[in-house]
Design a protein around this ligand. Structure first.
Ligand code: NAP
Length: 253
């Protein structure tokens, strides 16, 4: 365990499954205490946090919908109380919707995507800055925003609304990074490509990974752990001069 990483605390929104869960496991192995946020699946969240504790680490599972301001405030307050002040945020909670053209989308669908993927990411980033910024008495830290290759590709006939929500995240990464760069905070992003997690089937796209994988330049889908490794690097001191940029982890897609 790297000495300088002992006592670091990371908040992972959507840490119970997929990319968030893989990052929770790797972060714990690096010595981070981990706040595993989830919104529906308490069993999955408890499993991740429980495995970390069983391995001698520190972790808690905390339910909160990132699109709900009061719940986000309570989530961070619980983390302060139980684990201590965060030094990193993985802004990861995100959803897609069943494939549709824009001319088929209703306002409710679009707003749900924007509320969770954009508003939720802003609320979590705000709480993180309030704790990490030297302007607020903090000791600095890192925010890693999970975007998507869809922000570049646009996701036509699948989910342009989702792609646009991730475009907003890419812009937030640049703006917030510059806003807090002199306050000890780095803000970076990751654009995962086609990653083999539940997100596809749980939003009605059963078989999407198998169907699209051959078209990825490297010829396969990525794993959640391949994204998590990039997140851990970006969070760590080895990336100390990296801010305001978003890394594609997309197999060339
Ligand atoms: P996933 O397997 O579906 O897991 C999503 C996680 O987010 C779960 O822990 C879920 O918790 C949580 N979550 C969902 N809505 C939430 C909310 N409103 N508040 C708090 N937590 C919430 O997804 P994933 O594939 O790992 O995706 C993670 C991130 O990567 C997302 O931002 C996604 O857009 C992005 N991404 C994924 C891919 C891909 O191909 N998989 C590609 C590009 C980008 P519950 O189980 O409790 O709902």
């Amino acid at each position: 365990m790297a000495a300088q990483q002992v006592d670091r605390v990371v908040m992972i929104t959507g840490g119970s499954r997929g990319i968030g869960a893989a990052t929770a496991r790797l972060a714990a192995a690096q010595g981070y205490a981990v706040c595993v946020n989830y919104t529906r699946d308490a069993t999955a969240a408890g499993r991740i946090a429980g495995a970390i504790v069983a391995d001698g680490g520190r972790a808690i599972a905390v339910k909160a919908d990132v699109a709900d301001e009061a719940e986000v405030v309570a989530l961070f307050a619980t983390c302060d109380r139980e684990l201590g002040r965060i030094s990193a945020l993985l802004n990861n909670a995100g959803v897609v919707a069943p494939a549709a053209r824009v001319d088929q989308m209703d306002a409710e669908r679009i707003l749900r995507i924007l509320h969770i993927n954009v508003l939720g990411a802003f609320l979590a980033a705000r709480e993180a800055v309030r704790r990490m910024s030297t302007r607020h008495g903090g000791a600095g830290g890192v925010i890693v925003n999970i975007s998507s290759a869809a922000a570049r590709l646009g996701a036509p006939a699948e989910y342009v609304d989702y792609a646009a929500s991730k475009g907003a995240i890419d812009t937030m990464t640049v703006g917030l990074a510059r806003e807090v760069a002199a306050e000890g905070i780095r803000v970076v992003g990751i654009r995962p490509g086609l990653i083999d997690t539940d997100i596809h089937a749980s939003h009605g796209a059963v078989g999407r990974v198998e169907r699209l994988a051959p078209a990825v330049p490297v010829g396969r889908a990525g794993s959640a752990e391949e994204v998590a490794r990039a997140a851990i690097w970006l969070m760590g001191d080895e990336a100390s001069y990296v801010t305001g940029t978003t890394l594609d982890v997309a197999g060339g897609r």
